[in-house]
Design a protein around this ligand. Structure first.
Ligand SMILES: *Cc1c(COP(=O)(O)O)cnc(C)c1O
Length: 223
């Protein structure tokens, strides 16, 4: 318990300082605890420490955790297969990783059947690394247009992963680019995109300085 509590204290302090440096309020940054590598014990500790947003990247690993803690907010941050869409709609409050049109169509169809809406972020591959999922920045405009024909899907922002770099400061251009893309594009009915999900344990401070509204933190909390 002490270990996670201590790490959370440091994390909150760093998060707050990064927000202040950028003239932002720390309340504008949501901490998403990525529990993909941990079990129920650590998750319980995190819930007891007051955390309420949790990220998972594989449904089969997430399932038992969601069963035990259905009352917190679950964020899906991995590559989602189209045949898992129904389960996503049941259990997750936000999909960070909408990265292709056929997934959007599958979400639309299931959401329609279930009488639900689905809130999403579009994943963008800002670095262009072939190992990474996400749309290319040039594909975003057409993608947002295509979403206009899928009424159950509510895009509220963008998500990215920066390349793994020795010096987190080198990630800054990628985060800045995502913010510029957010400002350039609009959601449904001309709504501004409000969310930027960017920054992980090694680079979240830089991401917050560049406007992150959600940071996804695993190892700094549970490592
Ligand atoms: C694992 C993961 C994270 C958290 O990474 P850490 O470096 O452990 O903080 C964030 N985002 C995604 C998409 C992940 O898969």
């Amino acid at each position: 318990m002490a270990a996670i509590a201590e790490k959370l204290g440091i994390l909150r302090r760093d998060l707050e300082q990064a927000a202040r440096r950028a003239g932002r309020s720390p309340d504008q940054v949501r901490l998403i605890a990525v529990t993909k590598t941990v079990g129920l014990d650590e998750l319980r500790q995190a819930v007891n420490l007051g955390l309420r947003d949790f990220g998972e990247n594989r449904l089969q690993d997430a399932r038992p955790k969601i069963m035990h803690f259905p009352g917190v907010c679950w964020h899906f941050i991995g590559r989602l297969q189209t045949n898992k869409v129904k389960e996503l709609l049941r259990h997750f409050s936000l999909l960070h990783s909408l990265d292709r049109y056929n997934l959007a169509v599958a979400l639309q169809q299931r959401a329609e059947e279930m009488g639900k809406e689905v809130t999403v972020l579009i994943q963008v591959n800002v670095s262009g690394e072939t190992s990474k999922s996400g749309l290319a920045p040039e594909e975003l405009a057409d993608f947002f247009c295509a979403l206009n024909d899928l009424p159950r899907i509510k895009p509220i922002g963008l998500m990215t992963m920066a390349p793994l770099l020795d010096n987190p400061g080198e990630a800054r251009p990628y985060f800045r680019r995502l913010r510029e893309l957010k400002e350039k594009h609009t959601g449904k009915d001309g709504k501004v995109l409000s969310e930027l999900s960017m920054g992980m344990s090694n680079d979240f401070k830089v991401a917050i300085e560049e406007g992150a509204t959600m940071v996804r933190i695993g190892s700094a909390l549970f490592g």
